[in-house]
Design a protein around this ligand. Structure first.
Ligand code: 13P
Ligand code: SF4
Length: 322
């Protein structure tokens, strides 16, 4: 870890490099708070995965630094092939992406040619290239609802919890891939019930990648941005938050008077009450950002025809959510 003095020096170098390279920093709510603050302070953006994609596409900067996980950088590059997209650590992946290899997905899809293929944003470009629709947690429900109204049957990948939540809410005929987020999969229904008993007035916010026993207890189910909005706009004094703990940084900034309680996970201990921290989001560091800017490291490339094929399902989602 950097000392305070080193950190200030790295921050100063990043600030001047961002200006010199006309680059913009786009961060997800789960990355380190110092990176989120830096993005906002330098004219960049902190957001959920849908808003990150739209911001990167619309921003005039020639270079996008994406602090998040690999699929976020790939989506930015697919939408803006003319821009340079750099990531602090190219190894920052996601268990949903890892659990859905493109060749196995192609086989699954080929067995069900009658179904509309809907994939979650947390997949590789090679999987998106095989899909009719890409969705994120903020628009998945509305998109599947519309497809269901049109009488379509759906093939869904990869998150089984989000898939079954949508299935239950919409009544759609959905065939689900068996993937999970290693972070949200750890939230526990019984422990959450006990916590709620201790905080009966608390509003429960749950990301839909969580198991059904946890989602069933939610007052609000939504994307990271929707969870933040619920705290900022809510009248309650206490909130139980079931998602990666990185989100608490922005929630505390935007709603300083409110009491935020981390939802319990299986891995909790005396020193770590929730332990909900994505190991891949944690790979984003200030030094990695500086390397992107000074050395051009961490460049994302999505070769053709994968890029053009993946673009179709992403643009469909952006048009739907406009
Ligand atoms: P959001 O789209 O809600 O930001 O979620 C992305 C993600 O990776 C959640 O684990
Ligand atoms: Fe993937 Fe889960 Fe990490 Fe989000 S929190 S990037 S879904 S592993």
């Amino acid at each position: 870890p950097l000392t305070d003095v080193q950190k200030q020096s790295v921050l100063a170098r990043i600030r001047s490099e961002l200006i010199a390279r006309k680059a913009v920093l786009i961060a997800h709510y789960y990355v380190d708070g110092a990176i989120q603050d830096l993005a906002l302070e330098t004219g960049g953006f902190v957001a959920d995965s849908l808003e990150m994609a739209r911001f990167g596409k619309n921003h005039p900067a020639q270079t996008l630094i994406v602090a998040g996980v690999r699929f976020m950088g790939e989506t930015a590059k697919i939408l803006s092939p003319e821009k340079t997209v750099l990531m602090p650590d190219l190894e920052a992946t996601c268990s949903l992406d890892l659990g859905c290899p493109a060749d196995q997905f192609a086989l699954f899809r080929s067995l069900h040619p009658d179904r509309v293929v809907v994939v979650y944003a947390n997949t590789s470009a090679a999987v998106k290239a095989q899909a009719d629709w890409m969705v994120t947690s903020s628009c998945a429900l509305a998109i599947v609802h519309q497809l269901h109204q049109q009488g379509k049957k759906i093939l869904w990948a990869p998150d089984r919890h989000l898939g079954s939540y949508i299935q239950e809410q919409t009544g759609a005929d959905m065939l689900l891939w068996n993937g999970a987020c290693i972070v949200h999969d750890e939230f526990k229904g019984v422990e959450l019930e006990l916590l709620r008993a201790q905080h009966p007035q608390a509003v429960v916010l749950v990301h839909p990648e969580s198991p059904s026993s946890v989602v069933a207890q939610a007052d609000v189910v939504g994307s990271t941005s929707a969870m933040i909005k619920a705290v900022v706009d809510g009248n309650a004094a206490e909130y139980i938050v079931a998602t990666d703990q990185g989100i608490l940084h922005r929630m505390r900034q935007l709603a300083p008077g409110k009491h935020l309680i981390a939802a319990p996970t299986a891995g909790q201990s005396a020193t770590c009450k929730s332990c909900a921290n994505c190991p891949w989001m944690a790979m984003n560091g200030l030094q990695g950002i500086l390397q992107c800017l000074e050395q051009g490291s961490g460049e994302i490339d999505v070769p053709e025809p994968t890029r053009s094929n993946a673009l179709i399902c992403i643009e469909r989602m952006l048009d739907f959510t406009e």
